[in-house]
Ligand binder design. Structure first.
Ligand code: S3P
Length: 168
């Protein structure tokens, strides 16, 4: 059983959708950010503040290597996992990569009341979302499957994933 790997921008619902999807399929749920937080004994925000983004990207690459060879999991990834191409190539070896695609407005609507994402703690988060999304969309688009999530609730999105995955 290949893994299902969820990629997409911050606030695209990877963790929540991943948990529901894993439940539905009887897969094990794994979240790369949670593994990093456990390993380091601190939050992602603290890692960014105390060790810097570059260090965090190194930890992301380490987790992806650690996960190689596992099977039957839904893996939810941090939004920046695609920046390092090697991460995606590795994850593709044992998994189907699914991009949860959302518009900047949908993303902004989801993240505006949350404060745990260091990259979006800026004066104009919507502008930052547009900027980062512009840079990252070509990388997310390398996924095996793209799921449009705008305007859909979790159940609908999970249903669309199961449907697309079964036909893949
Ligand atoms: C990041 C996304 C975050 C987290 C970190 C950096 C990014 O994960 O890994 O704050 O660069 O897009 P989520 O996508 O789960 O918010």
């Amino acid at each position: 059983m290949k893994n299902i790997v969820l990629i997409g921008f911050m606030g695209s619902g990877k963790t929540e959708i991943g948990k529901r999807l894993a439940d539905k399929l009887g897969y094990t749920f794994i979240d790369t950010d949670s593994i990093i937080e456990k390993e380091m004994g601190k939050s992602i925000s603290e890692i960014f503040r105390e060790d810097g983004e570059e260090h965090f990207r190194g930890l992301e690459a380490w987790v992806v290597k650690e996960l190689s060879g596992i099977r039957g999991c839904v893996i939810s990834t941090g939004g920046g996992i695609v920046i390092n191409r090697e991460n995606i190539l590795r994850l593709k070896k044992d998994g189907v990569i699914i991009w949860l695609k959302a518009s900047p407005e949908t993303i902004y609507g989801r993240i505006k009341s949350e404060h745990h994402r260091p990259l979006l703690r800026v004066e104009d988060p919507l502008q930052e979302i547009n900027k980062l999304l512009g840079l990252r969309e070509p990388l997310y688009a390398e996924a095996d499957i793209t799921i449009e999530t705008d305007g859909l609730d979790i159940e609908k999105i999970v249903g669309k994933i199961v449907d697309a995955y079964s036909k893949f």
